[in-house]
Design a protein around this ligand. Structure first.
Ligand SMILES: Cc1cc2nc3c(=O)[nH]c(=O)nc-3n(C[C@H](O)[C@H](O)[C@H](O)COP(=O)(O)O)c2cc1C
Length: 443
């Protein structure tokens, strides 16, 4: 039997997420992201395709690195305008039963008690289908929006995150004992005060305001790929999200993460964009059709912000010399790996096929299924985070064409497993188990 493939949809509560310019395609509906029925329709399609989850990215600042201005991002709808991703979840949960929701929240600007309550609320309302992608941010514009002069240095952000995680675990896992809630109508006792403790750490003193939710701690995702990022992931993450690169590089990263996290299992999802056609010619035609709508300026604005490099300061063939970026340092390292040292803006732009650095896989459902299976077997990946192109047809094509092809090959489930998001992902219990630090916070 081939390795089982799991799928997440990789999305964001905005118009331009990864593949920039796709919103200008006449069939694209991503400009309807402000409507609840846009999200409920997406959730239904994902559940029809037995996706494990909808993974929602987020930032809390604007992309203003290119030319030192937000203009290119605003013009091209590059992750702005952008809604709060947590608030779109309940509507989707109401029309689905199994789909998980992995939502990105940057912890750097969060008050732990309020943050922990928002996730407990969603864990209750989704019946244990919420996950959190732990990020610490990479935008100075976000720091300024929060009243700070700039963000902390890369590794210092991870140090602060360690402290935040300990406080969050204490709130989710330690404040309420498993048997604190009695709901005894005759005695008039809802909860036993002797079994509810205040959390005193990280400078706060707080009783968690929510009673224990199905998973307590949400399923934890993390996407940091720098050395420090992997150290953090190995301690906290249950699922990791990696940018696509060569099979050798992805295999090395996954093996490193798994050996650092052992004996805890880690599920690894790799980013991918697929263009599917019933025939090869149809897939190629679709690529050419989409390609006419790709935005180079939008892609450059995104790359500039996530790499922390203002490409306007470089000529087309001038080697990009930036090092020590304070944004996503692993992304900068990845550029040198992809293009070799001395890479230039022209190398980058040549790679922007659909409006991002992520090169699409193009083919029939069978061809793409075979490639996804082969890559997973070579790298040890558990599945893919699929970026969107033209919405919603790209997701419908996955559900209706790719998923059956994966199923025919015995590489994809034919029904959801029961239980919470965590139970579905790991086939174990709904709560984090030792040696994960969250389990150690449980009373
Ligand atoms: C594939 C991928 C997706 C990411 N998604 C987000 C995101 O949605 N929001 C965000 O603030 N950071 C995001 N990040 C940034 C990282 O999670 C991380 O916090 C930070 O950039 C430092 O990463 P590093 O350890 O890779 O240098 C993402 C990173 C990667 C590699």
């Amino acid at each position: 039997m081939p390795r089982e493939i799991r799928l997440n949809a990789f999305d964001m509560a905005c118009i331009g997420h990864i593949q920039h310019g796709m919103w200008t395609h006449p069939r694209d509906r991503s400009t309807e992201y402000r409507r609840l029925d846009y999200w409920t329709g997406l959730a239904r399609t994902l559940e029809r395709g037995l996706f494990d989850g909808l993974f929602l990215a987020d930032v809390v600042g604007i992309y203003d690195v290119l030319g030192g201005s937000p203009d290119a991002a605003i013009r091209n709808a590059v992750q702005v305008p952008l809604l709060d991703p947590l608030l779109v979840v309940p509507a989707m949960a109401a029309v689905t039963t199994h789909l998980g929701f992995g939502v990105t929240v940057n912890l750097t600007y969060e008050a732990p008690a309020l943050f922990a309550r928002r996730f407990s609320t969603l864990d209750h309302l989704t019946d244990g289908r919420i996950g959190w992608n732990i990020v610490t941010g990479y935008l100075d514009s976000a720091a300024r929006a929060m009243g700070l002069s700039g963000q902390q240095a890369h590794d210092a952000r991870y140090d602060a995150a360690e402290e935040f995680m300990a406080t969050a675990y204490a709130l989710w896992e330690g404040s309420w004992a498993a048997d604190a809630v009695r709901a005894d109508r005759a005695a008039g006792v809802y909860a036993d005060p002797g079994k509810v403790d205040a959390v005193s750490r990280g400078g706060i003193e707080a009783i968690h305001l929510c009673e224990p939710s199905p998973q307590r701690t949400p399923v934890l995702y993390q996407a940091g790929a720098s050395d420090r990022g992997r150290e953090f992931a190995a301690r906290h993450a249950e699922c990791v999200f990696l940018n696509p690169s060569s099979p050798q590089n992805v295999a090395r990263l996954i093996a490193d993460l798994r050996s650092r996290a052992a004996p805890r299992p880690i599920r690894a999802f790799v980013g991918a964009t697929v263009i599917l056609g019933r025939t090869e010619a149809e897939a190629r035609d679709l690529l050419e059709d989409y390609r006419r709508h790709a935005s180079v300026e939008g892609a450059l604005a995104h790359a500039a912000a996530s790499l922390g490099i203002d490409f306007d300061r470089f000529g087309m063939d001038e080697p990009i010399t930036a090092t020590g970026s304070n944004a996503i340092s692993s992304n900068v390292e990845a550029m040198a790996k992809v293009f070799g040292p001395g890479w230039t803006k022209r190398h980058l732009i040549d790679r922007f096929i659909l409006g991002s650095r992520q090169v699409p896989m193009v083919g029939t459902p069978g061809q793409i299924a075979d490639q996804l299976i082969a890559f997973a077997e070579e790298t040890g990946a558990d599945g893919y985070n699929l970026s969107r192109t033209v919405m919603p047809e790209c997701i419908e094509a996955v559900a209706d064409l790719l998923v059956p092809a994966l199923q025919e090959r015995g590489a994809y489930k034919t029904a959801y497993a029961p239980g919470t998001y965590r139970e579905k992902l790991f086939g174990a219990g709904p709560l984090l188990a030792a040696p994960h630090p969250a389990a150690g916070s449980r009373g």
